[in-house]
Write a protein that binds this ligand. Structure first.
Ligand SMILES: [Zn+2]
Length: 450
């Protein structure tokens, strides 16, 4: 008997934590953090205390009390006794935090399987952020086409296109038949061929069941439905029609978007200015040649923005060790101010105070290359627009989603044709029923046979 238990991603977008049991073999598919995790009890600087391990999480009901998965030191201040691992492996589909973040609590004895690129993202995040620590794990990297045997199960990762490199779906060959897990995926990105390959392989496996993401399974789509190519084209229209400064913001791990904005800058004889964090991430990702990303140290079209520190002299010693390799590519607020027509600058929301130093000319541009706000009362969105008004920056909303829309999901499901369907990572699982499949609407922490 093969069973599934969903500990996250149920009636919500993100937070996937799926337990698959085949006789005495037990694996988790993703171990992510919900976007809403803890928002009833924690906000701003009030957050679960790291020193208390899982104590605050369990007390507030933020993570399931499962024996044999968590690290001994994380359980120290809880009523769940530590036991040796009862989970054989965790498979991570991609490096978005709603799929990986809670591995920080996982027992370091449990192997974590992930794509080469996903490991680079994890390491880069840990090295450049004081708050990120995913814990020690025996990481095992995979590539498309590998067949990884874990007890009674064989897991076959296959690349898909998503808004982050190194995203995978899985074909999981169990003693009852093949189970397909989509992870997150799209068909309108630059590597839609990878998603098509995944769909073909999933179809050929004649699956008994599919766990399918449904981020954009909505009654009526209200957001713009751009492809990456359209985002690039419209960004080019903005940049080519002005000699003023152009700022943009994007999800820091969306390298397709970085590539788009990088080309737009270059095509318009401008140089792209990135943060030290993005420079560091790029310097790690260039090792993966297939990603075809520019090297921030060697590429003359990339400059790196160093913030003003106490000395005011931009001396190497003012900066973190990981920032220093990019000091030769330095660009300061004064440089940007003087030559506004020569740059396209990556400016994240949390860096907006830099505008006070940069002093962009009135009528400069800001490309918001991220999702539109999820609610009308989004505080950050309001604050962002206050800043834009303060500097009279022209706002452009240009974003391509990392997910399939409703029609594409329908096509995917019809093609793969699973006998049973488990919609997750969606707020509207019931909408999948209109496709006429045997749809299992799942509840949190219940067991389902596949
Ligand atoms: Zn994702």
């Amino acid at each position: 008997m093969v069973q599934l238990t969903f500990y996250g991603g149920v009636n919500e977008i993100g937070g996937n934590k799926i337990l698959l049991e085949d006789k005495d073999t037990r694996i988790f598919l993703d171990f992510g953090k919900s976007f809403t995790c803890g928002c009833d009890y924690f906000t701003g600087w009030l957050s679960p205390r790291r020193i208390n391990g899982l104590g605050d999480y369990f007390h507030c009901g933020l993570l399931p009390k499962i024996s044999g998965i968590y690290a001994e030191d994380q359980l120290k201040f809880t009523d769940l006794p530590y036991t040796e691992p009862s989970i054989d492996a965790i498979f991570l589909s991609h490096a978005h935090f709603d799929h990986i973040a809670h591995i920080e609590f996982v027992d370091p004895k449990i192997p974590v399987y992930l794509g080469e690129g996903t490991k680079l993202f994890v390491k880069s995040q840990e090295e450049t952020s004081t708050f990120s620590d995913y814990g020690e794990h025996p990481y095992k990297t995979f590539r498309t086409g590998d067949k990884i045997q874990i007890g009674n199960i064989v897991v076959e990762p296959i690349h898909v296109d998503h808004s982050i490199p190194a995203a995978y779906g899985f074909l999981i060959h169990t003693s009852e038949g093949t189970l397909v897990y989509t992870g997150d995926l799209r068909l309108h990105g630059p590597r839609k061929d990878m998603t098509e390959e995944f769909i073909d392989r999933a179809c050929d496996s004649d699956p008994i069941a599919m766990i399918c993401e449904g981020t954009r399974m909505v009654e009526v789509e209200r957001r713009k439905n751009y492809s990456e190519q359209q985002v690039k084209q419209h960004s080019d229209e903005v940049v080519s029609s002005t000699d003023k400064m152009v700022f943009f913001t994007h999800y820091s791990r969306d390298m397709d978007r970085f590539r788009s904005l990088y080309s737009v800058a270059k095509d318009n004889s401008r140089r792209i200015v990135v943060s030290t964090k993005t420079a560091y991430l790029l310097s790690k990702l260039v090792d993966d040649k297939r990603l075809d990303l520019p090297d921030p140290v060697k590429d003359d079209d990339i400059l790196v923005y160093f913030k003003r520190k106490k000395s005011g002299d931009f001396e190497e010693k003012d900066y973190y060790l990981w920032e220093r390799p990019f000091i030769d590519k330095i660009v300061t607020f004064e440089d940007i101010h003087k030559k506004q027509s020569e740059y396209v600058m990556d400016l994240g929301f949390y860096q907006f105070a830099e505008l006070v130093d940069i002093k962009p000319d009135s009528g400069s541009h800001f490309i918001h290359s991220m999702s539109e706000p999820f609610s009308d009362e989004d505080i950050e969105d309001e604050v962002m627009h206050n800043w834009l008004k303060l500097f009279n920056l022209q706002f452009h909303q240009l974003h391509a989603s990392g997910h399939m829309n409703r029609q594409q999901l329908g096509k995917l499901i019809r093609k793969v044709n699973p006998k049973k369907l488990f919609p997750i990572h969606t707020e509207n699982p019931q909408l999948f029923k209109s496709l006429g499949y045997d749809v299992q609407i799942v509840e949190c922490e219940h067991n389902y046979n596949i």
